[in-house]
Write a protein that binds this ligand. Structure first.
Ligand code: COA
Length: 178
């Protein structure tokens, strides 16, 4: 658990998600699905049940190389990040994450703090040695944020997204953890 005073005076709390957070996380994910085109789903396409979400949270909590992070302001979830990795010995050191924050809280530094939490977790983790991500090429705000946090561009995935009748490419970025 980490408490941060944002520059605007609000207090941000960041912690790992618990199984009991499942319903609030589903509501958050449905909301953010409709707040941008940069996720892999819209709100109505997110059909995970509470029982399924509980299993996902339990799986993240049980595995050393995975983490599910949520950020709160005034008791409301305003950001989330989940990083997953394979159990296979040849792949278990490399996690890939997704991140989002509520639109009415964008540009307050919340994603920066949540990413800092991920990087600190990875640095103190005995398994993780690489953090990967994939972002739509048009998601300039997210790419600039990852660059600021030290992620390097590693490649291009052509036709990765299909949105509004068009294919879009995605970039791969990564951070070595030593
Ligand atoms: C991309 C996303 C996660 C960024 O979240 P965010 O909480 O707005 O990110 P931050 O506030 O930490 O950083 C972004 C901006 O805040 C600014 N900022 C950083 N720290 C700040 C602070 N303490 N006070 C004020 N502004 C700050 C940054 O300079 C940056 O400015 P910009 O928007 O002009 O580029 C968010 O826009 C989002 O959820 N988008 C939809 C889903 C998505 O695209 N996810 C990523 C998929 S790869």
């Amino acid at each position: 658990m980490k408490t941060i005073h944002l520059k605007n005076g609000e207090i941000l709390t960041i912690r790992e998600a618990l199984v009991e957070d499942a319903q609030a996380i589903i509501e958050f994910i449905k909301a953010i699905g409709d707040e941008s085109d940069n996720l892999t789903f819209s709100g109505s396409e997110f059909i995970t049940t509470i029982a399924e979400e509980e299993e996902i949270l339990k799986d993240h909590a049980d595995k050393e190389n995975q983490i599910f992070v949520i950020a709160f302001i005034d008791g409301e979830i305003v950001g989330q990040l989940n990083a997953r990795a394979s159990h296979k010995p040849r792949l278990k050191h490399a996690c890939e994450f997704g991140i989002s924050t509520r639109k009415d809280h964008w540009s307050k530094g919340i994603a920066t703090e949540v990413l800092t939490y991920l990087i600190e977790w990875a640095q103190s983790n005995s398994v993780i040695r690489k953090i990967n991500l994939r972002a739509n090429v048009s998601n300039k705000k997210a790419i600039a944020l990852y660059e600021r946090m030290g992620f390097e561009h590693e490649g291009l995935h052509k036709r990765d997204f299909y949105l509004h009748g068009e294919f879009q490419d995605a970039v791969s970025m990564g951070l070595l953890v030593d």
